[in-house]
Design a binder for this molecule. Structure first.
Ligand code: ZN
Length: 341
């Protein structure tokens, strides 16, 4: 495994500190309030849905590519379901090489935290996690277990920067204070920055994943706020390394469980084995409160819901097929990752 660590030099740090000193008055966001916390997760989810809906409405070329790809995924998923029924399913392992780009103010992410996050991704995608007690008795019914997708840390880049970011997209290029992606299209570039704690970005989000074909390959990213990156001691909300698994779900073509719009049972996530749902879940849901919509039990323990880290732990077979179709070495929109050397 090639692993490169690039560290911004002290000279570069001084230059950046001098050119961007705007964060001195920032007040840290108080996420100890449940309402604030759930608003943050709600904004994060809405931001993804709104961005994708706007792209579909305003970019006919993207809309066409999207429709063609949906037809491919449908055929791919059907073929996989047939193979599984006849016991002929033989899924090769798809390995994704990951580059972590960390833009930080005072302290870079420790290497152990980065390595622990990659390990957690492998646990999540290889079906090695279990859910909390108290889930409905059929919760595991559609659990894909091992998706046969694995992650390998390939490179870590650090940049110290004191500037006040007003959006997360500025992180994706050196010219706007961030880090240029490494081998775009062939590496999964994960960006991590501490925007929420610094209250940079008043409408902060906890993470973001580019939908396949959504943007320029150079900006084909996944973002996670440092608050939600890695596996750390904590209250189970954001500290178990699951936000990144959720954002990578989007990056590999998964929607939230209610689909691109939550207001109606008419929209769904284009996955056959996730129940139709009209609501996203936030916070600690596994408390006996009602968790049904559209006439069925909602899968609040699925990675593509927005429940606390401590409650989400699985993808379904249908979600696995969508993600694997996206990585298919011949036709997948992200085949560059699968074929990369
Ligand atoms: Zn999301």
């Amino acid at each position: 495994m090639k692993k490169t660590i690039v560290m911004c030099t002290a000279l570069c740090a001084i230059f950046l500190a001098c050119s961007n000193e705007e964060d001195a008055t920032a007040t840290p966001t108080d996420l100890s309030s449940t309402v604030e916390f759930e608003n943050l997760k709600l904004r994060t989810a809405q931001r993804f849905d709104d961005k994708l809906n706007a792209k579909l409405e305003n970019d006919p070329e993207f809309a066409l590519k999207y429709a063609e790809n949906e037809a491919f995924i449908k055929a791919y998923s059907k073929a996989e379901e047939e193979k599984a029924k006849s016991g002929k399913s033989n899924l090769p392992i798809f390995t994704i090489k990951v580059v972590v780009n960390n833009i930080f103010r005072s302290r870079p992410l420790p290497m152990e935290l980065i390595e622990g996050q990659i390990e957690r991704l492998n646990e999540a995608f290889r079906g090695r996690l279990s859910g909390p007690s108290g889930l409905p008795s059929n919760a595991e019914r559609f659990n894909a277990g091992d998706t046969r997708i694995r992650f390998e840390l390939d490179e870590v880049n650090f940049r110290r920067n004191q500037r006040r970011f007003t959006n997360n997209t500025d992180l994706y290029a050196r010219s706007t204070g961030g880090i240029n992606p490494t081998l775009p299209g062939r590496r999964l570039n994960v960006y991590v920055a501490d925007l929420i704690v610094a209250s940079d970005f008043e409408i902060g989000i906890v993470g973001d994943g580019a939908f396949p074909g959504e943007g320029d390959p150079e900006f084909d990213h996944v973002f996670v706020d440092a608050l939600a990156f890695g596996v750390r001691p904590g209250n189970g909300r954001l500290n178990e390394g699951k936000v990144l698994a959720h954002e990578i779900g989007h990056y590999l073509n998964l929607f939230h469980l209610p689909g691109r719009r939550t207001e109606s049972c008419r929209f769904d996530d284009a996955v056959g084995d996730t129940p139709n749902s009209s609501t996203l879940y936030f916070g600690d849901v596994n408390t006996g409160r009602s968790t049904t919509s559209c006439g069925s039990q909602d899968m609040y323990w699925n990675f593509m819901n927005n429940t606390d880290d401590s409650e989400i732990f699985m993808f379904t077979n249908g979600q696995r097929n969508r993600m694997r179709a996206t990585l298919d070495p011949r036709r997948g929109l992200r085949r560059g990752l699968t074929n990369a050397r």
